[in-house]
Design a protein around this ligand. Structure first.
Ligand code: DX5
Ligand code: ZN
Length: 219
């Protein structure tokens, strides 16, 4: 059995003290750090940009899992790479030439992830699944943390797991939005490899303990 990967989302952190928040993540069992970049066009919200992330990337000891909720993400491949990013996730819905963008991300030396909104079917990935390192399924409509999990996502994980097995793809399955101990347990059972958790982790009384409990869902 593969080890379950936990990727806490910085969006839920206290921005008044990023240094302390990142130290807590660094000292936890978290595997990656999930970074949400929003442009106010692709999603109805704006988060943080590269000047802030430059500082975050210096403080983080965890590999960066960057989720771009922006139109034309290919314009920022080099900025994302400069952060030292391990995984660059672009939205299927934001890329007219997805195959080209995936190749460009890999040519830049990063792993390539493709993200699906709740309304986009897994079957749209049929012709790209062998080329991607990860598929990120949204468990909520992107743009905000703390939203309620859309139950249909569990079924999408099962369908994606089948597609990956049928095609011999090595893509990981990540789920983002509304993940907590309850939804997380069911997502892992359905075949999820990576859990993104924002509010469940940052609003917990003991962040390290919550990350530990999420991590144990994979054992
Ligand atoms: C939503 C972001 C998520 C968000 C998850 O647009 O992509 O990463 O931070 O937050 P929670 O875990 O609170 O749903
Ligand atoms: Zn995200």
């Amino acid at each position: 059995k593969k080890e379950l990967i936990i990727s806490p989302s910085l969006l839920a952190a206290n921005f008044g003290n990023l240094e302390r928040e990142l130290e807590k993540i660094n000292n936890s069992e978290a595997d990656w750090l999930h970074i949400d970049i929003m442009d106010g066009v692709f999603v109805p919200n704006i988060s943080f940009g590269f000047p802030v992330l430059k500082y975050v990337s210096k403080l983080s000891e965890k590999p960066l899992d960057v989720h771009l909720m922006i139109v034309q993400p290919e314009k920022f491949i080099h900025e994302v790479k400069d952060l030292g990013t391990m995984m660059m996730n672009v939205h299927y819905e934001a890329c007219v030439h997805l195959h080209r963008v995936v190749q460009q991300i890999k040519d830049a030396g990063m792993k390539a992830g493709v993200t699906l909104n709740p309304s986009t079917p897994v079957s749209m990935l049929e012709d790209i699944i062998r080329d991607v390192d990860m598929v990120l399924l949204m468990g909520v409509n992107p743009g905000f943390g703390g939203q309620k999990f859309i139950e249909h996502t569990i079924g999408k994980v099962r369908v994606l797991r089948e597609l990956i097995e049928r095609t011999g793809s090595s893509a990981l399955i990540e789920v983002d939005g509304g993940v907590n101990l309850d939804t997380g347990a069911r997502l892992v059972e359905a075949g999820t490899d990576v859990l993104v958790t924002g509010s469940a982790v940052f609003k917990a009384p003991d962040m390290g303990e919550m990350i530990h409990r999420l991590k144990m869902l994979g054992r």
